[in-house]
Design a protein around this ligand. Sequence first.
Ligand SMILES: [Zn+2]
Length: 368
Amino acid sequence: MTRTSIGRGINMYFIYDDFFLKHENGPSHPENPDRLIAIMDALEKWQYNDRISMVSPEEADEKQLAMVHTEEYINLVKKLSSGGGLSFLDMDTGVNEYTYKSAILGAGGCFKGLDLIFGPNPGPNKFFLAARPPGHHSFPSRGSGFCIFNSIALGAKYAQKKYGIEKIAIIDFDAHHGNGTQDVFYDDGSVFYISFHQYPHYPGSGDFNEIGSGSGKGYNLNFPFIPGTKEPDYMSAIIDIVVPVVERFAPGLILVSAGYDSHFSDHMSSLGLTAVSYRKIMIAISSLAQYLCRGRMGIILEGGYEYLSLSESVLETLYGCMDISGSGDIKDRQGLEDYFVNDGDGLIGKVRNRQILKKIKDLSGVEN
Ligand SMILES: [Zn+2]
């Protein structure tokens, strides 16, 4: 890991700060500092960590938070946090004295990553943000599901405002539907939100017929997978549906809500991905980024509560984004399809998923 200059062979920025360890939700809570400690320990020992450039985040200010959140909600989090002790935004979303700063460092970390990949200096075109609290269940006026401020939604707004990126795709593979992110962009056709999640499951939303409204109609795509869904269905959904619809959308940036509670060993869902599944998903998404938006991509940590699978899956995610993973060899959609067909991933395992995928294909206007 290099902390200073960008050397040859550096593939990604990794944004992290020890301050993220200070936010707590209370005793025995699954969303706790040990999650990031496990990731950082694994990264330290990783054979490819010389390809990572470590970066510290800077705090987002209130004006920036207001791109997504209401003043009232920002002030509420600030006030609860400055009061010390532990208070709650909902049954399981805690606020302690460090929460506000941790959450604005998370949002600011996303901005920092975007500044790096859109900035004037040549360097990596991807970043991974390992922050907590997570964000995709955070709404403009309320936090929920362990989430305080919605970093990925803020990042999309920031990239539009500061860098004039008109269209952005957000791909969310956390086991839970990113209801906060969907809400922020539901009637906004400039940000295409795509989510894979267990359904029905927490938070209750995320059915396939939630497709956006107004000018956002057609730019919200949910894959409501049944418990037990494994990699082949994800890969089918990505290759057969996500690739063509994102290609048609032609974003200038892809952001990823990376939640690892969709791993088979994580108790927060009954989905069945493995660590290597995340590598394959990221090879596919990186390839899309490569031929649609000059490789520019930001990956933001959301859930993932089983320390070993979380840390292994994060490393596989990074590997899937690196040139050495083979993703750089895929130049077009056909190349991507060939890559995964060769991998034997063209099967759809479950009947309900097959019916849902067929309906989504019809809805999306993708040829069968
Ligand atoms: Zn989750």
